[in-house]
Design a binder for this molecule. Structure first.
Ligand SMILES: O=C(O)C1=C[C@@H](OP(=O)(O)O)[C@@H](O)[C@H](O)C1
Ligand SMILES: C=C(OP(=O)(O)O)C(=O)O
Length: 424
């Protein structure tokens, strides 16, 4: 699908979409728990749907009800010898150690960009925990055979926190006394979110400075009611849209959330946007915007909205953490540079730093590509609001990975979105 976004002023109120990071973790916890869990405000993005299907294939019963999604489980008891994590990096890295709790051989598949994302971590770590594993040169498909035994282990956390999330979740249901030591952990707030959700479902982990994670006694996940928080990662695009093109009120955003991407507020403040915080509501209003500096090493998903913001800020914005972007749905440092260049915005990449030359005007009447990356599509859509003509985004349906409601929400706020379905 192509969408054409015309320049427009933003003004309106929306409720943030459910966080896929929180939803996927809750689905995993519900699978690991014995009993019936009810998930309210469930996410229905592609990554969330993939997590639900994986949970079903690993033994859970999933029912869609009017007030949420009900998951009934007896723990991991696979129905099939294959699971498919769709395009979700978190999904595959979290569910692989969980699937390995069973002794049944299981093939783990995915599609799209997931097929080229690195998984060699598992080949280094899982054999130390008693799991046999084969991959295609560190990539999908993975073939595993458990059962995983929780033991003291040291891992490298520099590529992604998602592997640690998977080990923590799996250890939570089998560890007696064990510790995971992590070297050079990145994206730490995502681990805080994992620990918070594990604790909600009855499993406590003692941690020292995000370096050592101790399991002190045998614990069990308990089936619970859980309400998925609003998604700061998706809302970041709407808040930036307001800062550059008008005003927006976004509901269901918790400023006390463990989500790393609430750091968008720090960037908006530095850039000079007007911010009116409320209880579970953020109001952002346009103001004169200036270049800012930000370290996004631990909140890498903020790069695309930060670039859309920086494009509208006078001066050169410096964002640190570019090396975290190489293995996302696209190589996001390069795709941002390439697509924003088409809109007349110069981006320099120097080592781990990105420099965005903003305030020079955004060029419209151009076609950009999402590179099948949801966050690139959303960043280009926000850039279009202040361009001097409409911007066509190819492969615009990429947003379904995390935020299927994105274009509707943009329209609710006053955005002008024309959809062109491809004719077959
Ligand atoms: O745990 C999670 O929910 C996520 C962790 C982050 O990945 P890294 O830990 O690889 O940075 C983030 O980029 C991803 O979108 C979601
Ligand atoms: C990188 C992302 O997700 P994941 O790694 O879970 O595929 C993302 O949502 O931007």
């Amino acid at each position: 699908m192509k969408v054409i976004i015309s320049p427009a002023a933003i003004n309106g109120v929306v409720t943030a979409n459910p966080s896929k990071s929180a939803m996927q973790r809750a689905v995993a916890a519900a699978l690991l728990a014995k009993g019936t869990t009810m998930i309210h405000n469930p996410g229905l993005s592609n990554d969330c749907l993939a997590a639900l299907e994986v949970a079903e294939n690993l033994g859970a019963m999933v029912k869609r009800l009017d007030d949420g999604i009900q998951i009934t489980s007896k723990g991991v008891q696979p129905f099939y010898d294959e699971i498919n994590c769709g395009e979700s990096g978190l999904g595959i890295r979290m569910f692989t150690p969980i699937a390995a709790l069973s002794e049944q051989p299981i093939t783990i598949e995915g599609h799209g960009s997931l097929v080229t994302r690195p998984m060699h971590f598992f080949e280094e770590v899982l054999p130390q925990l008693g799991v046999e594993i084969k991959s295609r040169d560190g990539k999908l498909p993975l073939k595993i055979k458990g059962p995983l035994q929780a033991k003291d282990i040291t891992i490298d956390g520099s590529l992604s926190s998602q592997f640690l999330t998977g080990l923590l979740m799996a250890f939570g249901s089998v560890a007696d006394k064990a510790a995971i030591t992590v070297k050079d952990l990145k994206s730490k707030p995502y681990i805080a979110l994992t620990l918070q959700i594990m604790e909600h479902f009855g499993v406590k982990v003692r941690q020292d400075n995000f370096q050592v994670f101790h399991f002190d006694k045998k614990q069990e996940y308990r089936a619970k009611e859980y309400t998925v928080e609003g998604d700061w990662s998706g809302a970041a695009f709407l808040l930036v849209a307001a800062a550059v093109a008008g005003k927006a009120e976004v509901h269901h955003l918790n400023t006390q959330s463990a989500q790393s991407d609430k750091a968008i507020m720090e960037a908006l403040e530095k850039a000079g946007a007007e911010i009116l915080p409320g209880v579970f509501t953020m109001i952002v209003v346009k103001n004169a915007l200036k270049a800012f500096e930000m370290d996004a090493t631990d909140c890498p998903d903020l790069f695309p909205p930060l670039v859309a913001l920086a494009a509208n800020c006078k001066g050169i914005t410096k964002i640190k953490g570019v090396s975290r972007l190489a293995h996302k749905e696209s190589d996001r440092g390069l795709t941002l540079q390439q697509e924003f260049a088409k809109m007349g915005i110069k981006i320099d990449l120097q080592g781990d730093e990105m420099f965005v030359h903003g305030g020079t005007g955004i060029k419209g009447n151009v076609t950009v590509s999402s590179h099948n990356d949801h966050r690139i599509a959303m960043a280009c859509a926000v850039a279009a609001l202040t361009a001097d003509g409409a911007i066509t985004i190819e492969n615009a349906e990429a947003i379904n990975k995390s935020y299927p409601e994105f274009y509707e929400h943009l329209e609710t706020l006053g955005g002008i979105v024309e959809r062109e379905e491809l004719k077959v």
